[in-house]
Design a protein around this ligand. Structure first.
Ligand code: HAS
Ligand code: CU
Length: 561
């Protein structure tokens, strides 16, 4: 008996220990991510109050000397650069190792990844807080920030590359031990995401290293604005899929399991991710339709390819909904649509992610409007765009990431979620708040309201905007309430959640059409990376060649704040 117990104990200890590094990395990353999201999110509340003539910036001047635009810079940088990147690196490290059932090849490298990223974050945070980097998250020159801001962000990006290296080492070791086996789907998806992202970062890394850092250090006197913007969007478009794909990893490989069913088709899921690998980068110029210095022909090509990258999301739509339908019917659901009511709506980790999907459908449709060359001329730089990305990154991504923490944080900490009902209320209030907020932002954009503008201080506010602005505040305050529920629940979970050794194990969903149906080509990287390289060369080559050979580093910096 004693022997049986002592042999059982080390087993448990070993398995708890086995992914100890990955759990810790995920936990710390998620903690950093949500800590900074709290600050970034609060700035959003100030913005929406300012829209409605309630100006709280003077009250917080001692902490935030730069007012609206410093707040907006913090909002953008902390929410879409810091929150996303830290969360994703933690989540993917964990999911990748779990899916292969093999700890990361180099735990030391995993810690160095975190160390480099954190150093970068702290370096960039100093000028941001000191109002020396009030250049928004796109940091378009000639706006000029402190060099620490650019160096810090570059370090954060460089840190992420190490995860790809670690993943490749781990997968190689796994392949050696499992010859002829197909990479488990979640690991494959994580690897696609990091490969796509690493290619994408060539743009921002070049912009930083060749243009912005030397310029901000005073080594060169000026910069080239269009070249800088083009390099930015080389990364700035695919970054949105770097945010999205980890949510897709969860929608494909975990949500069907939460729903008590199966993924509909693994081969189709792989096709979707491979399409993202080859199509995410060569479309960035759809952010520059109104920029001079780039030919209309290439703008049109990028716009057209943007329509093509719509397809992997349509595949996802089909596959994920088919999986939900499978689960609904398995749970006794009947009818064309009434199976929806048989889904486990009482499970926070499920519901939070499904309501995120629902709003994403609208964000995705709006994306098509943006991608249409001529329609973009109507919505570009208006509040419509802010409406669009609050549905995409602000909901599909951020709300899914919250939903994931409803099972992942208990898994990491061994403490049960403090309140499941509060979590459900959080999901639905986000859905309602964001639904209202983004609807009215879209509409205000169509009425000509500019984005990135201190509307509360603008002398030209139209009556047709004034009637709708209060609704953005209603939506914003509901979201604020939702966020408060989230943070309260999480703080209570970590500090006072019931110790529960039975917190959910990580179980990936099986598939109706699974690995046995996957042709070898859908588990390979080299051919797809080659296609990606060709498409990038074709779609960006001529424009970049032109911009680089004509570059004049003669635009001086401005720090008007
Ligand atoms: Fe975008 C601008 C085009 C997706 C984020 N985008 C932005 C900006 C951000 C952003 C942040 O072509 C502003 C950048 C700035 O500061 O200037 N976007 C698109 C297109 C898509 C798209 C075509 N965007 C995203 C995603 C983002 C994101 C994803 C973040 C995560 N976007 C543009 C363009 C611009 C732009 C232009 C520049 C505009 C300008 O003028 O500046 C597509 O990839 C979207 C495809 C999505 C779908 C939806 C699929 C739905 C699914 C869920 C299904 C499940 C359901 C649940 C419904 C086709 C997968 C059912 C439930 C049951 C119970 C049954
Ligand atoms: Cu884009």
């Amino acid at each position: 008996m004693a022997h049986a117990m002592s042999s059982a104990r080390p087993m448990v200890a070993e398995s708890a220990e086995r992914f100890g590094t990955e759990k810790r990395i995920a936990g710390i990353n998620i903690l950093i991510a949500f800590t900074f999201l709290a600050v970034g999110g609060l700035m959003g509340v100030l913005q929406v109050l300012n829209y409605n003539g309630i100006d709280l910036y003077p009250a917080i001047k001692p902490v935030l000397p730069g007012g609206y635009y410093q707040g907006l810079s913090l909002h953008g940088v902390l929410n879409v650069l810091v929150f996303t990147t830290f969360y994703i690196i933690g989540f993917l490290t964990f999911i990748f190792a779990k899916a292969l059932d093999k700890p990361m090849a180099s735990p030391a490298m995993a810690w160095v990844t975190l160390g480099v990223m954190t150093t970068g974050l702290l370096t960039a945070a100093v000028p941001l807080l000191l109002n020396q980097a009030t250049v928004l998250f796109t940091f378009y020159p000639p706006l000029k920030a402190s060099s620490l801001y650019y160096i810090g962000l570059t370090l954060v990006v460089a840190g992420t590359w190490l995860l790809l290296v670690n993943m490749i080492l781990t997968r190689n070791a796994w392949l050696k031990a499992n010859p002829g086996k197909i990479t488990p789907l979640p690991a494959f998806m994580a690897l696609v995401t990091m490969s796509m992202w690493t290619i994408a970062t060539i743009g921002i890394a070049s912009e930083m290293i060749f243009l912005l850092i030397p310029w901000s250090l005073g080594l060169v006197q000026g910069t080239d604005v269009i070249l800088a913007r083009t390099l930015f969007w080389f990364t700035g478009h695919p970054i949105v899929y770097f945010w999205l794909l980890p949510a897709y990893v969860s929608w494909y490989t975990l949500v069907p399991q939460h729903a008590g069913g199966k993924l509909f088709s693994e081969p189709m899921a792989r096709v979707s991710f491979i399409l993202f690998l080859i199509l995410s980068v060569p479309i960035g110029i759809h952010h520059q339709i109104t920029d001079p210095g780039i030919s209309e022909a290439w703008k049109l090509v990028h716009a057209t390819f943007t329509f093509v990258v719509f397809f992997p999301s349509l595949l996802t739509f089909f596959n994920v909904v088919a999986s939900l339908e499978y689960s609904g019917r398995k749970r006794g659901g009947k009818g064309w649509l009434t199976w929806i009511f048989s889904l486990p709506w009482g499970k926070p980790e499920f519901t939070t992610q499904v309501v995120a999907m629902l709003l994403f459908a609208f964000g995705g449709i709006g994306g098509l409007v943006n991608a249409s060359y001529n329609l973009d001329l109507v919505v570009h730089n208006t509040a419509w765009i802010s409406g669009h990305f609050h549905l995409t990154v602000g909901t599909a991504v951020a709300l899914s990431f919250m939903g994931i923490t409803y099972w992942l944080v208990p898994h990491i900490t061994g403490r049960a979620l403090w309140s499941r009902r509060m979590a459900l209320a959080q999901a639905w209030t986000w859905f309602v708040g964001m639904g209202i907020f983004s609807h009215f932002m879209h509409e205000l954009g169509l009425r000509g309201m500019p984005r990135r503008t201190m509307i509360g201080g603008a002398p030209y506010v139209l009556d047709s905007w004034k009637v709708l602005l209060p609704m953005t505040m209603v939506g914003g305050l509901i979201m604020f309430f939702s966020a408060a529920l989230y943070y309260l629940n999480m703080i209570m979970t970590i500090s006072a959640g019931q110790k529960d050794s039975r917190t959910q194990e990580v179980v990936f969903a099986k598939a109706v059409s699974g690995p046995e149906d996957v042709p070898a080509i859908l588990d390979r990287f080299t051919p797809w990376l080659a296609v990606a390289a060709v498409l990038i060369l074709v779609n960006y080559g001529p424009t970049l060649f032109n911009l680089v050979t004509n570059a004049r580093l003669n635009i001086p910096g401005l720090s008007p704040w």
